[in-house]
Design a protein around this ligand. Structure first.
Ligand SMILES: Cc1cc2nc3c(=O)[nH]c(=O)nc-3n(C[C@H](O)[C@H](O)[C@H](O)COP(=O)(O)OP(=O)(O)OC[C@H]3O[C@@H](n4cnc5c(N)ncnc54)[C@H](O)[C@@H]3O)c2cc1C
Length: 468
C-alpha cells in the first residue's frame, strides 16, 4: 500500500467514520485509524446503540408486565433472560460495526488498525497490537478521538463494583441495589433499564434538578414521572467518597443545603458524571491548542491551531457531546477540506433522552432566553389532550414551543412524551428553515398522531389550541 493520503482520520466513531466516508465520496484518498477492534467508536460499541438496545428490550418487558393485561393481552410466567437480552444487544453492536466495515470497503477507505498519533502536520504514526510501527503521510489530518468517562475525585472506576456506563451496559445480573451518581441523560437512561429489570435505583445528583441544560419545566415533569416509576432521587447532594468492601459499596454524600451527611449501601455504583475528551500526549506535543476543559480548540472550519490538522466530535470545544453532532461535523470537515462550504448549525442540534416517556429538545430553553433578555411567548400542549396518546395510554408529558415575542420565529422546542425523540426532527427542520410558530400551526399534521400535539402547542403560542 502506498502510504500517502489526502486525508487520514484518527478515530472511527460517528465523527471519524462519517468524515472518512464523506472524504472518500469527494474523491479524496482516505485512511482511518482505529485502536478499538471494531469500528463505530463509543456510539456503536459502548454508547448509543447498546444502551438503546437495552432500553428497548427492558421497556417491552416492563410493558408486558405492567400494561399488557389492561389491553387484554394476558401473559403467564413472564421472566427476563438477561444473558439472552445481552446477547441480542451484542448482536446489534456486531451488525452495526460490521456495517461500518462494509461502508469502508465500499468507499475504498483504508482501515488502519492500531493507535494513531500525530508526529507532525503531515505525518501520522500507527502502532498496532503487535507494537509494529508504520508512518503515513497525509495532506490533511482529522482528529476524531472522541471521549472517555470521567469520575469524581478519589473515586476509582474498577468496572466491577464502581462502574462507568460501559460496565453498566454489561451487568451479568440486575444488581439488587444500584446507586447512580449523576442525573444526566446517561445516568437516567441506565437507571431506567435497571429499574425495569428489577434493581432498586437511587440517583444522586449534585444540582437541585435533573437533566441539566434542558428546560426546567421538562426537568420537573421528568423527575415526577421517574419518581412515580420507582426511581429514588437525592438531589442537591455531593458524593464525598465511596468505600468498597468485598462486592459492596458504601456511598457517602452530603446535602449541599442542610450539610447533613448520608450514606447508601449498594451492590453496584454507576458513575455517570460526564465525559472528557480523549486526547493523547501527541496532541499537545505537536502544539495543538486545548481550552481550559482540555478540549481541542477549533475555528469555524474545524481547523486546529496547526495548519492541515482538523478536529471534530466529542474531542472539540464546540457543541454538545452527541453522535449526530459528531456526524454532521464529519461531513462538514470533509467538504471544507475538499474546497466546499461545509457547515454545522450549532443552534439547531436536537438532544434526546430515550427513556419512557422520551425527552427531547432543540434550540433554546426558557431559562436561556430569560438569561439573555430575549422576549418570548410560549405554547404548551399536554398529551392528555392528544387522541392517539390517549388511545395508547401514553398521556404523560407535553410539548412546549417557545417563539420570539415579536417575530414569532421558533426559538426552541422541548417535548416530554412517547415518541418525543422522533417528533423533535420536525421541529429541527422547522427551525433550520427559520419557521414561525404560525408556520407549524398551519402545517397539516396526520390524525391520529402524537405529532398533532406539536401543532396544538404551536397553536397555543397564539392562545388558540383546538383540543385544550
Ligand atoms: C452510554 C452512552 C450512551 C450514549 N447515547 C447517545 C445517544 O443516544 N445519542 C447520541 O447522540 N449520543 C449518545 N452518546 C454519546 C455518543 O456516543 C458520542 O457523542 C459519540 O460517540 C462521539 O463521537 P466521536 O466520533 O466524537 O467519538 P467516539 O465515538 O468516542 O469515537 C472515537 C474513536 O476514536 C478511537 N480512538 C481514540 N484515540 C485513538 C487513537 N489514538 N488512535 C486510534 N483510534 C483512537 C476510539 O477507540 C473510538 O473508537 C452516548 C454515550 C454513551 C457513553
Amino acid at each position: 500500500m502506498d502510504n500517502n493520503f489526502d486525508v487520514v482520520v484518527i478515530g472511527a466513531g460517528p465523527g471519524g467514520y462519517v468524515a472518512a466516508i464523506r472524504s472518500a465520496q469527494l474523491g479524496l484518498k482516505t485512511a482511518c485509524v482505529e485502536s478499538r477492534k471494531t469500528l463505530g467508536g463509543t456510539c456503536l460499541n459502548v454508547g448509543c446503540i447498546p444502551s438503546k438496545s437495552l432500553l428497548h428490550a427492558s421497556e417491552l418487558y416492563h410493558k408486558a408486565k405492567k400494561e399488557f393485561n389492561n389491553l387484554g393481552i394476558e401473559t403467564t410466567d413472564l421472566k427476563v433472560n438477561l444473558s439472552k437480552m445481552m446477547g441480542n444487544k451484542n448482536k446489534s453492536v456486531i451488525t452495526l460495526t460490521k456495517g461500518v466495515e462494509f461502508l469502508f470497503k465500499k468507499n475504498k477507505i483504508f482501515h488502519l488498525k492500531g493507535k494513531g498519533s500525530v508526529l507532525d502536520k503531515n505525518t501520522v504514526l500507527v502502532i498496532d497490537d503487535s507494537k509494529k510501527k508504520n508512518t503515513y503521510k497525509a495532506k490533511n489530518i482529522i482528529i476524531a478521538t472522541g471521549s472517555i468517562p470521567t469520575s469524581l475525585p478519589g473515586v476509582k472506576i474498577d468496572e466491577k463494583t464502581i462502574v462507568s456506563s460501559t460496565g453498566a451496559l454489561s451487568f451479568s445480573k440486575a444488581p439488587k441495589e444500584l446507586v447512580v451518581i449523576g442525573g444526566g441523560y446517561i445516568g437516567l437512561e441506565l437507571s431506567s433499564v435497571w429499574k425495569r429489570l428489577g434493581s432498586n435505583v437511587t440517583v444522586i445528583e449534585y444540582l437541585d434538578h435533573i437533566i441539566p441544560g434542558m428546560d426546567k419545566d421538562i426537568s420537573s415533569e421528568f423527575l415526577k414521572i421517574l419518581t412515580k416509576q420507582g426511581i429514588s432521587f437525592k438531589l442537591n447532594s455531593k458524593v464525598t467518597g465511596i468505600n468498597v468492601t468485598k462486592d459492596r459499596a458504601e456511598v457517602n454524600f452530603v446535602n449541599n443545603k442542610s450539610s447533613i451527611s448520608e450514606k447508601l449501601e449498594s451492590d453496584k455504583v454507576l458513575v455517570a458524571v460526564g465525559r472528557k475528551p480523549n486526547i493523547g500526549d501527541d496532541i499537545e506535543k505537536v502544539g495543538i491548542k486545548l481550552n481550559q476543559q482540555h478540549k481541542i480548540q477549533v475555528n469555524h472550519k474545524f481547523e486546529t491551531s496547526i495548519t492541515n490538522i482538523y478536529a471534530i466530535g466529542d474531542a472539540i470545544d464546540k457543541g454538545p457531546m452527541l453522535a449526530h453532532k459528531a456526524e454532521d461535523e464529519g461531513i462538514a470537515v470533509a467538504e471544507i477540506i475538499a474546497g466546499q462550504a461545509g457547515h454545522v448549525n450549532y443552534d439547531v442540534i436536537p438532544a434526546v433522552i430515550y427513556t419512557n416517556p422520551e425527552v427531547a429538545m432543540v434550540g433554546k430553553t426558557e431559562e436561556e432566553l430569560k438569561k439573555n433578555n430575549i422576549s418570548y411567548k410560549i405554547g404548551k400542549f399536554p398529551f392528555l389532550a392528544n387522541s392517539r396518546a390517549k388511545v395508547n395510554n401514553e398521556t404523560e408529558g407535553f410539548v412546549k414551543v417557545i417563539a420570539d415575542k415579536k417575530s414569532d420565529k421558533v426559538l426552541g422546542v422541548s417535548i416530554i412524551g412517547a415518541l418525543a425523540g422522533t417528533m423533535i426532527a420536525e421541529l429541527a427542520l422547522a427551525m433550520e428553515f427559520g419557521a414561525s410558530s404560525e408556520d407549524i400551526a398551519r402545517t397539516c399534521h396526520a390524525h391520529p398522531t402524537h405529532s398533532e400535539g406539536v401543532k396544538e402547542a404551536a397553536l397555543a403560542v397564539d392562545k388558540r389550541p383546538i383540543h385544550f
